[in-house]
Design a protein around this ligand. Structure first.
Ligand SMILES: Cc1cc2nc3c(=O)[nH]c(=O)nc-3n(C[C@H](O)[C@H](O)[C@H](O)COP(=O)(O)O)c2cc1C
Length: 189
């Protein structure tokens, strides 16, 4: 059994929801999962305690947050020492082929900037959480949604995440873990 960290950065909450689902899938796969918001790490939190690391974050105005970049740079040594995965959440990933290519480009730009080569990378469609937006953001997102053919009913939140794709991402990450990581618990028997 491996001890797997799922660290995420979210603004409106969709990446948290996906990170929690990743944690649930990891546990169903027979491993230990800890899901951590990088804005509020628990006291004494250390990446050294984990055998594998999944990082998730969302796109706002064409990029991942500066906070995420700092987090990955700060923990680069550990991220390079263990199997790691990155998932990026955006509206582009729910769009046309060109927009999906943009979502992948955001990931490539980020990992290059952060000097990190995750074993597995994925882009997931996020959502439009109108109920979490202030007046200005709601107005702006309605315009963007209209232009992109997405939901414009701002009285409720809309979700485009493909949960089967999330499950597959976890499965492919777990399948790539070394027996050393997956059989750690057994070796103690
Ligand atoms: C102010 C704002 C700007 C956004 N900019 C982009 C963008 O440039 N490209 C994109 O694909 N999605 C963009 N999105 C969509 C978000 O990536 C999407 O809503 C995602 O689900 C947010 O995840 P989070 O709730 O974890 O922060 C934007 C959303 C907001 C509210």
């Amino acid at each position: 059994m491996a001890k797997i960290l799922i660290a995420y950065d979210t603004t409106e909450g969709q990446t948290r929801k996906i990170a929690q689902s990743v944690g649930d899938s990891v546990r169903r796969g027979g491993h230990d999962a800890q899901v951590v918001d990088i804005r509020r790490p628990p006291s004494g939190f250390a990446l050294d305690a984990f055998d594998a690391i999944v990082v998730g974050a969302s796109i706002h105005l064409g990029k991942h947050s500066r906070r995420l970049l700092k987090f990955v740079r700060r923990h680069q040594v550990r991220l390079k020492a263990v199997p790691s995965a990155f998932f990026s959440v955006s509206l582009s990933a729910a769009g046309s082929d060109k927009e999906k290519a943009d979502a992948k480009r955001f990931v490539e730009e980020f990992v290059q900037q952060a000097d990190w080569s995750p074993t597995v990378k994925a882009t997931f469609a996020g959502g439009l959480r109108y109920r979490e937006y202030g007046v200005l953001k709601r107005w702006m997102m309605k315009k963007i949604a209209k232009a992109g053919g997405k939901d414009t009913d701002a009285s409720k939140n809309h979700e485009y995440t493909d949960w089967t794709a999330v499950e597959q991402f976890v499965r492919s990450f777990l399948a790539g873990l070394e027996p050393r990581q997956t059989e750690k618990g057994d070796s103690k028997l």
